[in-house]
Design a binder for this molecule. Structure first.
Ligand SMILES: Cc1cc2nc3c(=O)[nH]c(=O)nc-3n(C[C@H](O)[C@H](O)[C@H](O)COP(=O)(O)OP(=O)(O)OC[C@H]3O[C@@H](n4cnc5c(N)ncnc54)[C@H](O)[C@@H]3O)c2cc1C
Length: 334
């Protein structure tokens, strides 16, 4: 999920990817081999001490579920750069989890991206989500044309970030420590490309540039995922496609989701069930969790490559989904 922002100030990072880290992370290809179906949880970097405490408590709770990896979002343009790297490195240092940082190219120079990659390589991080990112807003308003052009001067699309990570890996890292690369996929399409044929060409080009896996935008109708998976197959895209699932836990949260994951469709049966729940927060939550759990069950029955749960930095909904699926932890998903 994007984090709109205005801060594009770069900082410097001096770490070099030389000595081996204390605990080396595992390449995504090995995680797919080990886990069969991967499970991953997404967090965003907390912006206050209180939010950080709550997130670390949630992470501790979620450790029990033994996810294959956890991912940490990045504020496009670099606004949460330090917060993202701090959270990623802390997870890497203090937990048994494998953190996967998101990295968006917009507003960055190749040198800034290389500096971040150096820092991650030094810490033993092995996998990165490569994203184009949306241009940040200036004081709530979209950027002017000139500022918009500058924002995309070096990295325009996710594929450009994939190429940069690939090039960094090839020149700076030994084979056994190369980055695994994830990219975003849009089962219901991405607003920037109304042409649903050329969009698959762009996705294929992004994967051909060196992506190892795809994580999808959230969706509420599994048919969209299944059809997307088939269209990928027809386009010759052979990497695993992890399904992005976000349970609705409140009416307010749903409105925010509709905004952030622009284009995601809310199916009529889901809207009808939510309408029946009225303005009872507990009933809305039950409807949302039931829907997401059924999505997960059906995806597992249809050989999904992995489940990626957008946690909103909380543990309760994810744990309830696992319990209702009847699994103790992620190893039981396969
Ligand atoms: C799993 C996931 C995680 C995300 N995490 C973050 C995050 O942490 N921070 C954040 O800011 N945003 C995040 N986003 C949002 C993402 O940055 C935006 O949706 C962005 O607009 C698209 O980036 P992309 O790399 O996914 O897509 P791209 O591959 O860049 O594609 C975007 C659009 O451009 C089109 N396109 C691609 N290549 C070309 C080309 N050569 N010529 C013409 N058109 C082209 C595509 O068809 C598509 O319509 C995430 C999205 C997903 C699905």
């Amino acid at each position: 999920m994007p984090e709109p922002t205005t801060d594009t100030t770069p900082d410097t990072q001096s770490a070099t990817p030389t000595g081996p880290p204390a605990t080396a992370n595992v390449h995504i290809a090995d995680l797919f081999r080990r886990d069969g179906v991967t499970a991953s949880f997404e967090f965003f970097p907390p912006k206050s001490a209180e939010a950080a405490d709550s997130l670390y408590a949630a992470i501790a709770d979620l450790e029990e579920l033994k996810p294959s990896f956890v991912s940490v979002t990045y504020g496009a343009g670099g606004s949460t750069r330090e917060l993202t790297t701090d959270l990623v490195l802390r997870i890497q240092r203090e937990t048994p989890l494998h953190p996967v940082p998101h990295l968006t190219g917009v507003c960055h120079t190749p040198a800034e991206v290389d500096a971040m990659l150096e820092g991650y390589a030094t810490a033993g991080v092995r996998n990165i989500m490569a994203l184009g990112g949306d241009p940040p807003h200036e004081q709530g308003a979209p950027m002017g044309r000139r500022a918009g052009e500058q924002a995309f001067a070096h990295f325009r699309y996710g594929a450009d970030v994939v190429r940069a990570i690939r090039a960094f890996s090839d020149t700076h890292l030994v084979e056994s420590r190369r980055f695994g690369i994830g990219v975003g996929g849009y089962p219901e399409g991405h607003a920037a490309t109304p042409n649903r044929l050329t969009e698959m060409d762009h996705l294929k080009a992004k994967v051909d540039a060196g992506a190892d896996f795809i994580i999808t935008q959230l969706f509420f109708d599994n048919h969209d995922y299944y059809d997307f998976r088939e269209r990928c197959e027809l386009a010759g895209i052979r990497v695993p496609i992890i399904a992005g699932i976000m349970p609705i836990t409140s009416t307010k949260g749903m409105a925010r989701m509709a905004d952030l994951a622009a284009g995601s469709r809310f199916p009529a049966p889901l809207l009808r069930a939510l309408r029946r729940a009225g303005d009872e927060p507990d009933l809305v939550r039950r409807v949302g969790l039931h829907w997401a759990t059924e999505q997960c069950r059906d995806l597992l029955d249809h050989k999904v490559a992995g489940l990626h749960l957008y946690t909103l930095n909380k543990s309760k909904a994810t744990r309830e989904i696992y319990r209702t699926l009847g699994v103790k932890d992620s190893r039981a998903l396969s």
